[in-house]
Design a protein around this ligand. Sequence first.
Ligand code: ARG
Ligand code: GLU
Length: 716
Amino acid sequence: MQKRIGMIWTVVLLLHLTCKADEGMWIPLLLKKYNIEEMQRQGFRLTAEDVYDINRASLKDAVIGLGREGRPFFHFCTAELISREGLLITNHHCAYSLIQAHSTLTDNYLEHGFWAYDRADELENPGITASILVRIEDVTPQIAGALTAGMDEAERTKTVADISRKLEEEAVKGTDLQANVKPYFNGNQYFMSVFRIYRDVRLVGAPPSAIGKFGGDTDNWSWPRHTGDFAFLRIYAGQDNEPAPYSPENVPYRPATHFKIATQGAKEGDFTFVFGYPATTREYLTSFAIEQLVEVENPHRTAIRTAKLNIINQAMNSDPLLRLKYSAKAAGVANTWKKWQGETKGLLRFGTVEQKRRLEARFRTWATGRTPYDSVVDRYRAVYQKRKELVLADAYAQEAGLGGAEIVSFARSLTGRLAEITENDLLPEAIRQTIRTFFKDYDVATDRKILEEMLKLYNLQLPDEWKPEAVAEAGKNSGYHLYTEQFFHQSVFADSTRLLACLDRWKGTALQEKLKKDPAYLLAASVADFRLLRINPPLQEIERQLRELDRVWLTGLMEMQPEKRFYADANSTLRVAYGKIGGYSPADGIFYKPFTTLSGILEKENPAIYDYQVPQKLKELYRSKDFGPYAQDGEVPVCFIASNHTTGGNSGSPVLNADGHLIGVNFDRAWDGVMSDLQYEPSICRNISVDIRYILFIVDKLAGAGHLIREMELIE
Ligand code: ARG
Ligand code: GLU
């Protein structure tokens, strides 16, 4: 027995030592210090300065963080420049809501695709921003210098915020740049990113959903995959090439550099790296946190969304108009829903809780007699114990309450905005627009069913003390069905004509009084107040304690393992991940190859299943073997997997070869390794990319958009 355990440990250790290289999302500024030698040993042919340099053009100048006005430092996706004229490539799913917003049943770009054959046809997307990183600076010394040992957590947070703001202001004074300081390593270090943020980003091209979303939510988060998940955008700038709000006078942005296209693609075993904006990982959580995630947060949030999705999917399958209205919303709900399930599965399979417990036991021994480390594990346990019922209550407040039926959040946000309008004001056009946009994609019957289900679940799953009053009331008398019917009958937010008539008739306080008696507003307010008064105060106190514990814990881990190379959790800042193209074994007896091909699309084809429909034109190209120069050994490669450590936000990231040329666009991770946000397992964690050869093939042969290819710089 002894011997066997010893053997297992040797194997585990070896795996860690040999494969560790694929794990991590690295700060471009520090590549030279921590990574470049290893990258070059693995085949990389460029220097650290080729990737990141502030004195001359480097690859970082071609990586774009896509954001939204008002929240530009949160990058919902990545994109990359691939021409001298501001052409961007990203994922179809990143541009999905833009494509959807431009679509109607007659011009259904979501279904048929969209291609601007003329610059004048490229479509404006209000509110979308494109950030280009100018530089990153380590500002840890400035921040640490202002912190003292005796500071409590609240004081510390305030000091950090104050200094960050000052540093940000100083960094961009007299320029039109924008700066943002963020914590790294649980607040042990701070870096400032300085950006130039463009505000005129247009839609240039997108394949039909049967290509761009082929496999849909059925294949989402899984491999083998055949999704042509790409779309083209373009950055426009003022005449001076600087950021400017949308204007027909704007001209295509002329970048410092752009990615060249590796038309030969890549092959198994090749070195690859991914350069983009991963949003959130939590690799240094304790066993207590993982346990809570697996037992409370993930299963409850998943169950609420299952109920929602059952209703939405039924509606979408019943009517093409409902499909169009709900497709973007459903994709969002389903995406995280599925990810939670894969994550839980992986964490259980790899015994993450057990592994973390072993680490904590080791830490405890090491920490004996070393304050403040000696008490950390016990304090963690106590805090998570208190956190449990709060995160459960909050999951329902968020997912079933405010984020349940759409009418609830709509009533709340609209009433809030209307409060600023006095008796004498006309209804602002912006509010009219919000109302039009909301109802364009709204279906009362579907939302009513969702509300009924949400209220049912909320009441069923939570103890009374965690139910907001309006939720508890809802099921008491006539039952949920009748209750929701009356609710929708009464609510002015359920019908745009009634709503607009009401807004034209009433103003100011009279209007507020009226709206605040509306059942949708009352439900929203009840849940929101409950969060504000009952959930948030204790939860925020717990989060404060966790912030401190997380910081001390990670400092301790670093002291305990001085030989280990730590990387900072993803925080929506620019990172480099590297690995190589290769398959994996999801289960005994199965091995997944790293590439899929066009033949696989035809194998999956099933006209009876929406997700597996194949456009006629693609079938014709396949049959006539009209592959142009894009095939290899008689097959067009479609997607590939590699061991780059990526996460949400990395969607659309450039996947590059050893020379820094584009071989694909990242868009997903494979099911068995989705827990990599919490624990990376080199044997099975894989990122999924769409092969650049498939992209070129579709653009050229299916869309006839050769003008886009001629803009690119192709490397044979
Ligand atoms: N799973 C990918 C990501 O996290 C793709 C999501 C979009 N696709 C979808 N079928 N919902 O963003
Ligand atoms: N599809 C994800 C995104 O939108 C990337 C997949 C992942 O989470 O790795 O960023």
